[in-house]
Design a protein. Structure first.
Length: 387
């Protein structure tokens, strides 16, 4: 089997029935419970999860530890989801796992995310990871990543209106699903506010989990170095990561290097092409779009999204600062949002570049990480201006 065949099989796996950890637990049992081999930081929340993992990953690396990092989705290649101190998971490891999985007979056939999660945990064990930063997919209690065994700390970034349908239909229900991943006695670091905070306080108290609320005045949340990732909203993510690392006993030097050296492609990522600044960001819900729009005074907007998202809510924050707008397909099944619509993201980008060259405004491409991934691949092929 070739790598492309393995990916095609993985992508074709669909979860049937309700959400839950039963399917991934079946996989992990058949693999000899690799999730027991490493200490995990479980990162949950509506926005900022990937950035927190990026800061943690960089700090693990700075401390010289063998580690794992698991995030989703990927931008260009599946292997981006599963990273260790040795780099991205090798293609042959993906192929070997798929060949094994295809030969198994499970009572409940696992879906794509179940399989990807089990593969990540297996790979972390195989490389001898001491720590792993693991980003939840959707929600918390019923997410496949909640099959983790040795959770040393939980980070719950925030609670917003995303995946409402899957998580109960209300902000309180979303908070309860995410807070469901809080473990008995395991510390929780959180930036949750409002309705969600009440739920988190309740669950943490019931499970006797020490709760640390984001407070810039608290030394626990101090920033020993400026965060490497762009955007004012990154300060909160960096503070949460710094607090988590302190609670885990990491040295200040490793925390500072982690903040300075973190990388998270596709999150307010800047390219300079033909004299035009192009920013890529995966904002796909209203809170993320609101925070993103605050970073600019004006821009040419290139937007693509999936129909299950709150497109109107996202655009309500983005359109007021958009001098021009272009809509592009974000991937298979993506929504045709409005006009002018481009089936090919490259055509949309080229058209936006012409407008931006005339007035000097930047291009902001957002709405979906799938669109960001497609554009990132295109930008890599265009002539980049020197930094």
């Amino acid at each position: 089997m070739e790598y492309r065949e393995a990916l095609a099989w993985l992508y074709s796996r669909r979860r049937e029935g309700p959400r839950g950890v039963g399917r991934v637990l079946g996989l992990l049992e058949a693999l000899g419970h690799p999730e027991e081999a490493f200490v995990a930081v479980h990162v949950l929340g509506t926005n900022g999860k990937g950035s927190v993992v990026a800061y943690l990953e960089a700090a693990f690396r700075a401390a010289g530890l063998p580690y794992g990092a698991y995030t989703s989705p990927h931008l260009l290649d599946f292997r981006e989801r599963i990273r260790t101190h040795l780099g991205e998971i090798p293609e042959e490891k993906v192929v070997a796992f798929v060949e094994w999985a295809r030969g198994q007979a499970f009572p409940e056939p696992p879906g794509f995310f179940d399989l990807a999660t089990a593969l990540a945990f297996l790979h972390f064990r195989e490389v001898g990871a001491a720590y792993a930063a693991v980003e939840a997919g959707v929600g918390g209690e019923k997410d496949a990543t909640n099959a983790l065994k040795r959770v040393a700390l939980t980070v719950l970034t925030n609670v917003g209106e995303d995946h409402l349908e899957a998580l109960g239909g209300s902000l309180e229900a979303v908070a309860r699903d995410k807070a469901g991943a809080i473990r008995k006695g395991v510390p929780v670091v959180t930036g949750v506010r409002g309705v969600g905070l009440g739920v988190v306080r309740e669950v943490a108290a019931l499970r006797q989990a020490p709760l640390y609320l984001l407070d810039p005045e608290d030394p626990l949340f101090a920033l020993p170095a400026p965060p490497a990732l762009r955007g004012a909203f990154q300060e909160e993510n960096a503070r949460l990561a710094a607090a988590a690392l302190r609670l885990l006993g990491f040295a200040e030097e490793a925390i500072a290097r982690g903040l300075r050296e973190a990388r998270n492609p596709g999150r307010l990522e800047r390219f300079l092409v033909r004299g035009v600044e192009v920013y890529l960001d995966g904002a796909h819900n209203p809170p993320a779009a609101e925070a993103l729009a605050r970073e600019f005074s004006a821009y040419h907007l290139l937007f693509g999204a999936f129909p299950r998202k709150d497109i109107g809510g996202v655009l309500a924050h983005l359109l007021p600062k958009a001098k021009t707008v272009r809509y592009a397909r974000a991937g298979e099944g993506a929504s045709r949002v409005g006009e002018p619509f481009f089936e090919d993201p490259k055509e949309a980008l080229e058209d936006a570049l012409k407008a931006a060259q005339r007035d000097g405004l930047p291009i902001l491409a957002t709405g979906s990480l799938y669109l960001v991934g497609a554009l990132r691949g295109l930008l890599a092929g265009l002539r980049q201006d020197p930094p």
